[in-house]
Design a protein around this ligand. Structure first.
Ligand SMILES: *Cc1c(COP(=O)(O)O)cnc(C)c1O
Length: 401
């Protein structure tokens, strides 16, 4: 079968809720993927940062195979011998006190919304059903009804109402706006340290530090969605480290499994998760032994292979290299670690056509928000690979009219 045959099958039998680039991948290794015709590409998206450890990482694969032959699912009706070890290792590495495992990122977001509200009623003393959670414009936290209900992206919301009440939207990166939005009923502030889907938007220096201070002063739960920024992507284990703070609740997902399996988790530094009692929240697959064995290895690999420092180093090198490219199309280059955005001028004709040209040259990239190309390769990338990418990006940026 050829690429076009697989594409035809998807078009005929699948829901059309995605519009993927026409490349049909069949194999991956490290930063590289191959299509069914055998063409090799550098993966500069990393499945939205879910494969930070590189495709088909051999150690994670081994952990998965071993566990899959022993025990995969018990449900939480019974205990398993991986869950406790997963909790302990994740807590020690992230300086957390409690963990709640789920599967997708959106489920972790739903979990913190429930926990923050309950904490608001039981601990803070907010009157019944009055809890408010503050979120930011251009946020991306997932696709459930509650989550799209507080999105500001029309395409994500249109046709899906009515939505869950209790959310207030403020501009991203504006600490004064947060201060002003607080009421006695505010229970939480949910924010991404860097807005990925919005186009790699980096807030002003010290923003999270100010948010931490405001949340502490008003007794509000600071919730950081690090599903994309976390686990080494920005050159730190968690992006909160750049501001020297600790969130009350931190969400991780995506790279928590190195791309092998959907695993997400809520990490808690405060007693917030303590408000959830038996029967009040859960998931059939959440915390299953296969997920735990994979996640334990996936997190360990980040440290054993020095991938967090490598993201810092190669990210800086990549960013500098991009900044040296002279092209009339480029408006701004920004990034932290290996989370990099290249914003084009509106007259450049959109990021999508550049992504198609990059694909022809062997780089798989994704356009976000019309005019931004995101570069987020797996954290196992080496300097010579970055050079390889830069050469091709420069050619596309310079040779395209
Ligand atoms: C991907 C993502 C989510 C949602 O994760 P899913 O696993 O797709 O549900 C939430 N928040 C951020 C910041 C993300 O990047």
């Amino acid at each position: 079968m050829h690429s076009r045959d697989y594409i035809r099958l998807e078009d005929e039998y699948g829901a059309h809720n995605y519009k993927p680039m026409d490349v049909v991948l069949t194999r991956g290794e490290g930063i590289w993927v191959w299509d069914v015709e055998g063409k090799k590409y550098m993966d500069c998206l990393s499945a939205y940062s879910a494969v930070n450890q590189g495709h088909c990482h051999p150690e994670i694969l081994k952990a998965m195979m071993e566990q899959a032959q022993k025990l995969t699912l018990t449900s939480r009706a019974f205990r398993n011998d991986q869950l406790g070890l997963f909790y302990k290792e994740v807590c020690e590495l992230t300086r957390s006190h409690k963990v709640l495992p789920m599967n997708s990122g959106a489920e972790a977001v739903e979990t913190v919304i429930k926990a923050a509200r309950k904490w608001g009623y039981e601990v803070k003393g907010v009157p019944k059903d009055q809890a408010e959670i503050i979120v930011c414009e251009n946020n991306f936290h997932g696709r459930t009804i509650t989550i799209v209900g507080f999105s500001t992206d029309e395409g994500s919301r249109r046709g899906f109402g009515p939505f869950t009440p209790g959310f207030k939207v403020i501009p991203f990166g504006d600490a004064d706006a947060l201060e002003q939005a607080v009421t006695p009923n505010t229970v939480g502030f949910l924010v991404e340290p860097i807005q990925g889907e919005a186009g790699v938007i980096i807030p002003p220096d010290g923003y999270l530090k100010k948010a931490r201070e405001i949340c502490t002063r008003h007794d509000i739960v600071l919730i950081l969605d690090e599903i994309q920024t976390g686990l080494g992507r920005t050159g730190k284990l968690l992006a909160e480290e750049y501001d020297g703070i600790e969130a009350d609740l931190t969400l991780v997902g995506k790279a928590l499994s190195g791309g092998f399996y959907p695993v997400s988790a809520v990490l808690s530094n405060k007693a917030v998760l303590g408000v959830l009692r038996p029967g009040e929240h859960g998931s059939t697959f959440g915390g299953n032994p296969l997920a735990c064995a994979i996640a334990r290895k996936a997190v360990r690999v980040l440290f054993e292979e020095n991938l967090i420092d490598n993201a810092q180093e190669q990210g800086g090198y990549f960013l500098d290299g991009l900044k040296k490219i002279e092209s009339p199309h480029i408006k701004e280059i920004r990034g932290k670690g290996l989370m990099i955005g290249l914003e084009l001028h509106p007259e450049a004709g959109g990021a999508h056509r550049f992504c198609k040209l990059l694909k022809e040259k062997g780089l798989l990239c994704k356009d976000t928000h019309e005019n931004t190309i995101r570069f987020a390769p797996p954290l196992v990338i080496r300097r010579e690979d970055v050079d390889w990418a830069l050469e091709r990006i420069e050619a596309v940026m310079k040779d395209t009219a």
